[in-house]
Structures are given as structure tokens and as C-alpha cells.
Design a protein around this ligand. Structure first.
Ligand code: ARG
Length: 462
């Protein structure tokens, strides 16, 4: 049992409780940032005359050696996991003391694990956010590539999972590009509040050495410093913001997954999943299952769970640090990993996706998806939209009974419903004009989509 405290105790800690209390098996992930934070803090201490120049050099080179070992010797780190450290902070301080002797014991002067762990988490999360932002961009690039390659492909658009109006496949891809764009904006906004430094807040009340926190923050690349030590050491709202951004983003990925699971089924046959990201059945030889997408959909639930975990951990805590907060880490780390891996797998799915444009087009002709355009045609003839709506409803019902589409219903039949119907009606209900007419900004008209695609491409700058 290697802990940073003990003088006040007369009996040995129970072994079973030790492992219940210890966090090293999971906060080992913070080892690098804990060392980086400690290097900056050691420099801060030297400015407060806790270390002289020679001592500082020794401490910093000890910490740098540890950093190298943590980065390059995974086996050494792994072995340390079972060597009885209470947490990552104890590990770093005690390993440093092994390297530099008693000097290492001065490193924690004025610092608490409370301001230290809050700082570590923010440093770690900042880097994770930057990695996530890159992965979102990579996936957006893949969506745009599919949209650019298939910019002419027409597919049915659905509401209530019923055929509604035809849209361009590229418009559909761009809809997810937009969702991911907002995921990026949310994450960048969250990063602003993550990138504020708690170090120098002590356990709760502040640091007695009048350590220059602004210089510390600059050293560690923080944008600013926290303004209140009680708040700084004991809120985890920055982690909650990340978990909530992750949940919203995973919800987006889950909906894309759900669409593609449907679209690759035999019932739709709009797309074909790459063999690279599909699996077979142990019993049914014919099967090809979209497991990659189902897992992404499933992992969204896991991500929501992590958000709920931390919200619930935090909700009843009295002010300042409480050990409950150690429970923040596993949820946060899991959501970081889950989001990251889901983005990468989704990219692989999109990159290896092939389309069946002829099936999509065939289906886009079915389902009376041009009925609204027929109503618009009658509006142009002078009918109020509500009347036109009713009239077209009757025409559709008639066409269904006849087994005909609005494109091949004879003019005479149209005229039985409305005497002024003329041959122009066929132009109004033709797929091409149906699409072209959706030319409002953000609509699916091919010209609009072409512009949107160009805009997206130049925004993404890849
Ligand atoms: N392992 C602890 C955590 O993750 C570090 C802070 C411990 N602070 C304390 N006062 N025991 O929250």
C-alpha cells in the first residue's frame, strides 16, 4: 500500500478496503498529464523558492525521465499497476522520489490532489477533444465524398418511415454532415470551459505559497484560470458538458446507423455494406449482418448511461471535494473512447459503402411522392391549397385502385376530377421537376445541393 498519507493513523488499512478505495487501475491514464502538470508546478515552486535552480533541474529531469518511461515502457507501467499505489498522483510522486531522492517529497508543497486531479482531467480531456474533432472531420470528409460521387442519385425521403418526397442521396449525406458540424461546434465550445486551470486552488481554500497561477496556466497552455478555489476543486460540469456533447453526437451516429441498417436490408436494397465491416452467422450461411452499425447504435446507449452516471454522482454532493467524485473517471474515459471508436468505425462503413442507385430511383417513383406537387399544380390553376389537397387525395385514392401512378394516369381520368387539368400536369409530377422545384435555401433541388456541397467542401478544407 503506497499512499501519500499515514502519520495520523495507528492501524494498517484493510487490504480489501485499500483496493476499493484505490483508483490507480483506471486513473493510470492520467499519468502523462499528471507528470506534465507536475513539471509546471515544480517550476512554480522554484519561483516561490521551494526549489533552487539546481534542485529544480534535478526534479524536472526526474519527471521527464518518468514521462519517457510512461510513454515508452508500457510493460513497466503495467507492472506498477499491481504494486500497491493508491492513485496516479501517489505513483508519480513516489516514483520521482525513487529517482531524485528527498527532493521529490517537496513537490506537493501547497498542492492537493483535489486541484491536481481537476487539472489532470482537464488536460487529458483537452487532448481527447482535439482527437475527437479530427475524427469528426474525417467522417465528414467521407460523407462528402459519397455525396460528391453520387450527386445525381435520387432516393425516396421518408417521414413516419413512409415514403414522403424524393430527395437527392447527396442531400441526405449532407444532412449528417450538418449534424456533425454542430457536434464540432458543441465540442469546441465545451473545450473553452475545459481549458481553464484549477491548479493552485489547493484542497479547497487556495494555495498558501502565493504561487503565480497565471504563469502556471501559460506553461500548461490553459486559456485562463478558475476564479474560485471551492468551485475549481469540486465541480465537474466541464466533464458533464463533454459527456452531453458525446451523447448528442452518438445519437446522431446512431440514427445514421439505423438508416443504413434499414437501407442495406433486402427489403430496401438501397446500399450494400462493405464485407470489411460486416459479419456472418454461425448457423445461417446466407447471412450478412451490419454489426458495425448495430454496435454504434448500441454504444449510443452506453454513452447516455455515462452522462447519467456522472450527473447522478454529482447531484447531491455537498460543496467542495468528496470522494464520490473519483467515480467521474471511468464514465468520462469510456465516453471518450466510445465516441472516438464509433467515429472511426462509421468512417470505415461510409468509405466501404456501395449504392444501388437503380433501386433507389425505382422506389423514388413509387408511393405517390409527387402528390404534393400535383396539389401545387392545382394551386397554380387557382385552387386554394386545402381544396387542392383534398382533390389530390381523391385522385391518389383512385390511382391506387387502378394500380396506376400519377405519371401514367390518363388525362381523361384527371379531367374527371378537375375539368381544367391539361397535359402540363405530367410535367408537374415528373421526378425531375419535383426535385427542381425544391429550390428554397436548404432544399433538395440539384442546384441547391450542388452549392451546399461546394460550400461544405470549402468549409471542411480537406
Ligand atoms: N483519486 C482521487 C480522485 O480521483 C484523487 C483526489 C483525492 N483527493 C482526496 N482528498 N482524497 O478523485
Amino acid at each position: 500500500m503506497k499512499s501519500l498519507w499515514g502519520g495520523r493513523f495507528s492501524e494498517k488499512q484493510d487490504d480489501f478496503f485499500f483496493s476499493f478505495n484505490a483508483s490507480f487501475r483506471f486513473d493510470v491514464r492520467l499519468a502523462e498529464v499528471d507528470i506534465i502538470g507536475s513539471i509546471a508546478y515544480a517550476r512554480g515552486l522554484a519561483r516561490c523558492r521551494i526549489f533552487n535552480e539546481t534542485e529544480l533541474t534535478k526534479v524536472v529531469s526526474g519527471l521527464e525521465e518518468l514521462l519517457q518511461r510512461v510513454r515508452k515502457e508500457p510493460a513497466w507501467l503495467e507492472a506498477n499497476l499491481s504494486s500497491g499505489y493508491e492513485d496516479v498522483h501517489s505513483f508519480v510522486e513516489m516514483e520521482l522520489t525513487k529517482l531524485v531522492g528527498d527532493l521529490g517529497k517537496r513537490l506537493h508543497t501547497g498542492r492537493s490532489r483535489n486541484d491536481q486531479v481537476a487539472t489532470d482531467l482537464r488536460l487529458y480531456l483537452r487532448e481527447a477533444i482535439d482527437r475527437t474533432l479530427c475524427s469528426i472531420t474525417d467522417l465528414q470528409d467521407s460523407l462528402l465524398k459519397q455525396a460528391e460521387t453520387h450527386d445525381q442519385v435520387v432516393m425516396p425521403g421518408y417521414t413516419h418511415m413512409q415514403k414522403a418526397q424524393p430527395v437527392l442521396f447527396s442531400h441526405y449525406m449532407l444532412s449528417f454532415y450538418e449534424m456533425l458540424k454542430r457536434d464540432t461546434q458543441r465540442l469546441k465550445d465545451c473545450r473553452k470551459r475545459v481549458n481553464i486551470m484549477p491548479l493552485g486552488s489547493g484542497a479547497l481554500a487556495g494555495n498558501s505559497l502565493s504561487i503565480d497561477r497565471e504563469v502556471l496556466a501559460k506553461d500548461l497552455g490553459f486559456e485562463g484560470i478558475t476564479a474560485n478555489s471551492l468551485d475549481a476543486t469540486s465541480d465537474r460540469d466541464f466533464a458533464l458538458e463533454f459527456l452531453s456533447s458525446a451523447s448528442i453526437a452518438m445519437m446522431h451516429l446512431s440514427r445514421l446507423a439505423e438508416d443504413l441498417i434499414l437501407y442495406c436490408s433486402d427489403e430496401f436494397r438501397f446500399v450494400r455494406m462493405g464485407d470489411q465491416v460486416s459479419t456472418g452467422s454461425s448457423l445461417m450461411p446466407q447471412k450478412k449482418n451490419p454489426d458495425a452499425l448495430e454496435l454504434i447504435r448500441g454504444k449510443a446507449g452506453r454513452s447516455f448511461g455515462n452522462l447519467m452516471t456522472l450527473l447522478t454522482v454529482m447531484k447531491g454532493l455537498p460543496s467542495c471535494y468528496n470522494k464520490d467524485m473519483q467515480e467521474d473517471k471511468e464514465s468520462l474515459f469510456d465516453s471518450i473512447d466510445t465516441w472516438q471508436i464509433s467515429l472511426k468505425v462509421m468512417k470505415l462503413v461510409i468509405d466501404t459503402l456501395t449504392l444501388h442507385p437503380e433501386t433507389m430511383l425505382r422506389e423514388a417513383h413509387k408511393g405517390y411522392m409527387n402528390a404534393t406537387d400535383l396539389a401545387d399544380y392545382y394551386v397554380a390553376k387557382g385552387l386554394a391549397f386545402r381544396e387542392a389537397h383534398h382533390l389530390v387525395g381523391e385522385i391518389v385514392l383512385h390511382a391506387i385502385k387502378q394500380g396506376q401512378t400519377l405519371n401514367d394516369l390518363p388525362l381523361g381520368e384527371y379531367q374527371r376530377f378537375h375539368a381544367e387539368t391539361d397535359a402540363e400536369v405530367y410535367r408537374a409530377v415528373a421526378l425531375e421537376s419535383v426535385l427542381n422545384k425544391k429550390a428554397s435555401l436548404g432544399g433538395t433541388a440539384p442546384d441547391r445541393v450542388r452549392d451546399a456541397l461546394k460550400q461544405a467542401r470549402s468549409d471542411l478544407k480537406l
